[in-house]
Write a protein that binds this ligand. Structure first.
Ligand SMILES: Nc1nc2c(ncn2[C@@H]2O[C@H](COP(=O)(O)OP(=O)(O)OP(=O)(O)O)[C@@H](O)[C@H]2O)c(=O)[nH]1
Ligand SMILES: [Mg+2]
Length: 320
């Protein structure tokens, strides 16, 4: 290299990378780890998670801020074969979302072989030409390297069979925080150039009332089985500052209804002598207080909304 070229190089500063901002959605079967991954990327809980399928019931936006980019993650309900009107509505939400984003992240758990549910989604993704698709292998902490390698190969193979060109195949563990930042690094270059879309510091655009209802639902989901998780819906009815409190000791009264579908489910939710409902209250109250930064009195009522998952009128009332 001669002196000339050395000088040329040193006088040319690398062009400042343009700021990028845009949307990436996570899709996948129920329980694939989409919401946990969203939270890990954002660095705070914006979406509730549970070890049960169909936890997420609306799209949740989580915002990742970088000096050179704003990555808005759109966590979606798990796509599944619908058995109820609610299920159909959730699937519609997912399909609308992936038509609107800049990049699609398809989540496949490392610890489960690719199944018909995954293939069903992959086939639909194959039909979307416009956005790049990234395959994300989730829960890698649960498998050894051989199993992971086999999964990577299987995903590559599935892409070839269905005519999907994966922009990347990225293994991550949200709970062990492995390769989570790397995933953001890979998604950001796929976003369009442009200024930030949300104010600095905003981690989600979820209304407080919705987040509170979700925290309560998450606590109520813990430890319930079979059909009951699907039957639970939570609505915050009222949030009011308690009157006659000194300015330095505020208290926020929150009234929320926990809906179930049948009277027979009431006992399980409430528990013996109300023990379970009380635990749900304590657990969710802590999270609500952390969210709002103020002490809260949480008043929970259990109500029956008969077969709400199948009833258009009830669904509307519950916000679907
Ligand atoms: N070990 C391990 N578990 C994980 C990881 N990510 C998610 N999980 C667990 O997997 C379960 C499902 O996670 P979610 O994030 O709720 O899954 P989801 O894809 O959002 O599910 P739906 O909202 O029902 O579609 C939860 O019990 C999580 O704790 C991970 O990286 N490692
Ligand atoms: Mg979810």
């Amino acid at each position: 290299m001669n002196a000339m070229s050395v000088r040329t190089q040193s006088s040319e500063q690398p062009a400042e990378a343009a700021h990028r901002a845009g949307f990436a959605c996570f899709v996948g079967r129920p329980n694939a780890g989409k919401s946990t991954l969203t939270n890990a990327l954002v660095g705070q809980k914006v979406a509730i998670t549970a070890n049960q399928p169909q936890t997420t019931r609306h799209t949740v936006r989580g915002i990742v801020h970088r000096p050179d980019a704003q990555l808005i993650l759109v966590d979606t309900p798990g796509l599944h074969k619908p058995r109820t009107l609610l299920g159909e509505r959730l699937n519609d939400v997912v399909r609308t979302t992936w038509a609107e984003v800049d990049v699609i992240g398809f989540c496949l758990p490392a610890n489960e072989k690719i199944g018909p549910g995954d293939r069903f989604i992959a086939k639909e993704l194959a039909g979307i030409r416009k956005s790049p698709k990234v395959a994300i292998v989730t829960k890698t902490d649960l498998v050894d390297s051989k199993t992971l390698a086999e999964q990577l190969i299987a995903i590559d193979q599935m892409g070839k069979e269905l005519g999907i060109e994966w922009a990347q195949i990225v293994p991550v563990s949200a709970t062990a925080n492995k390769q989570v930042d790397l995933l953001a690094d890979l998604l950001i270059p796929m976003l369009p150039e442009g200024p930030a879309l949300y104010p600095e510091g905003d981690l989600t655009d979820e209304p407080e009332q919705i987040m509170i209802a979700e925290f309560i639902r998450e606590a109520a989901l813990e430890g319930v089985r079979d059909e009951l998780p699907h039957s639970i819906a939570v609505v915050v009815e009222e949030m009011l500052p308690r009157e006659d409190r000194p300015a330095d000791k505020p208290l926020l009264d929150i009234h929320a209804n926990v809906y179930i579908e049948r009277p027979s489910q009431k006992g399980i939710i409430i528990g013996p002598k109300g023990k379970r409902l009380k635990e749900v209250g304590i657990k969710s109250r802590r999270q609500i207080e952390a969210l709002l930064g103020t002490p809260v009195f949480l008043d929970l009522h259990v109500k029956v909304a008969k077969d709400w998952q199948r009833d258009p009128k009830q669904l509307r009332r519950l916000g679907f």
